[in-house]
Design a protein around this ligand. Structure first.
Ligand code: FES
Ligand SMILES: [Fe+2]
Length: 435
């Protein structure tokens, strides 16, 4: 498979087969998903030793556990005897896992601790130390937990690169700018959508211009204040410039806004007096703590390939989990500031539920788009014609950005498909055979 079968970088077009072909999908699993680092959860989901929950690395189910020493482990959830899931609970607390097929048991760190009638059946010869659950490499970054089974992958920090390290750290700062300032609320929201995983990924990577889809919900003003818009930053009067950051060598992307000056708090989160007061104090603390850098408002992005996030007051991190070329499972973690009063957490919980997920009014618009677009990628005649990614092509790097915003930054007066081009350029180089 040649690069030109997938993408025309000069022309800014992408084949529709990229979304519909099962062969391309198989290549993605091996060359994109198996080689990358995967977001698997957050340390706030494991407050006590013995806590565990199930997560995913691409198509693999993993156990994320905190062992007796307090260390975090990510284990392939596949018994070494016949492959049954060693753990069948979504989450819990215990001192290990017992496979329900023949009863092999494993510690929280994956070590094989018990085999029924070990002495008689194996004459004591089974080398138990070699038959523990397969352990992933693990990285914890400001509370977020990441894993990979690829021995040859770079360290997580190198995988992120300097720009994405800055943005991921910023994403995980609370509204007052404190590092690792969030905790996960509730469980993980999970649902399936009949479309290719990349429709969601490219939307979060760079699509700042599909407000057209959300006009009806925009008019309902589902934002936190209930006053304007579906976003809670829409009332802010200081000019914000659309800002796009892409790492073409790694495929990571950010959508953000940069305020022209330090913006005063504008009651944009005034759901109630208590909530407003929390956000006002947090806003001021963040400006004191971060100074000029507090002009940054992260809106969303993708850590290549399939970890996506939303910010700007409703911080979520999620996964586009590939099931087949035309089917995706979406997982989403909802974050609330850990130092906030309960009124704030509860207000955010309600905001998330009306905004995102299978029942969310905004996300339903997106899912309708992606599932209908999937049919356009699959049908006999329409699949011959590539998709167009030419928006603002050649207009990258129009402004000289502040250095702290990163290397490959585009600040625009309007929108661009710069980020989508970077995402797909990197994706296609991995999927195609080296020429
Ligand atoms: S499959 Fe797990 S003990 Fe046999
Ligand atoms: Fe959307």
């Amino acid at each position: 498979m040649r690069l030109s079968d997938l993408i025309d970088v000069e022309a800014g077009t992408l084949s529709r087969a990229s979304f519909a072909s099962e062969e391309i999908f198989r290549r993605e699993l091996e060359r994109v998903f198996a080689r990358g680092w995967n977001f698997v959860g957050h340390t706030s989901q494991l407050p006590k030793n013995g806590d565990f929950f199930l997560s995913r690395c691409g198509t693999e189910t993993v156990i994320v556990s905190r062992d007796e020493q307090g260390a975090i482990n990510v284990l392939l959830n596949s018994c070494r005897h016949r492959g049954m899931p060693a753990c069948r609970y979504d989450s819990g607390n215990g001192n290990g896992f017992i496979c329900s097929y023949h009863g092999w048991s494993y510690g929280l760190d994956g070590a094989l601790t018990g085999v029924p009638r070990f002495k008689e059946r194996y004459q004591g010869k089974l080398e138990r130390e070699k038959w523990g659950l397969v352990r992933a490499r693990v990285a914890v970054f400001y509370g977020s937990i990441w894993a990979t089974f690829e021995e040859a992958a770079p360290s997580f920090e190198d995988y992120l690169g300097a720009d994405m390290q800055f943005y991921l750290r910023a994403l995980l700062q609370g509204p007052d700018g404190e590092d690792d300032g969030y905790e996960v609320i509730g469980g993980i929201v999970k649902w399936q959508v009949p479309c290719n995983w990349k429709f969601g990924a490219e939307n979060f990577a760079g699509d700042h211009y599909h407000g057209y889809s959300h006009i009806s919900v925009e008019r309902l003003s589902v934002g936190l204040s209930g006053k304007t818009s579906r976003h809670n930053f829409a009332g802010v009067k200081v000019k914000q410039q659309p800002t796009f950051v892409a790492d073409p060598a790694r495929g990571h992307t950010i959508r953000a806004s940069v305020f022209a000056a330090l913006a005063p708090y504008d009651d944009q989160e005034a759901a109630s007096a208590e909530v407003n007061d929390y956000y006002r104090r947090s806003h001021e603390k963040r400006q004191q703590r971060l100074g000029d850098k507090s002009r940054l408002l992260i809106r969303g992005g993708v850590i290549f390939p399939n970890t996506h996030f939303n910010s700007a007051g409703r911080t979520t991190i999620g996964l586009w989990l590939p099931l087949s070329a035309g089917r995706t499972e979406i997982w989403r973690w909802l974050f609330v500031p850990r130092n906030a009063p309960n009124a704030v957490k509860e207000t955010l919980r309600e905001y998330y539920l009306r905004y995102a997920g299978p029942g969310g009014m905004v996300e339903q618009d997106d899912m309708e788009n992606w599932t209908a677009a999937q049919r356009g990628a699959e049908s006999l005649v329409s699949r011959r014609y590539p998709f167009n990614y030419q928006l603002a092509m050649g207009l990258e790097r129009r402004a000289r950005p502040d250095e702290w915003l990163g290397k490959d930054v585009t600040i625009t007066e309007d929108v661009t498909e710069h980020n989508q081009r970077a995402f797909y350029g990197h994706w296609a180089r991995l999927v195609a055979d080296a020429s």
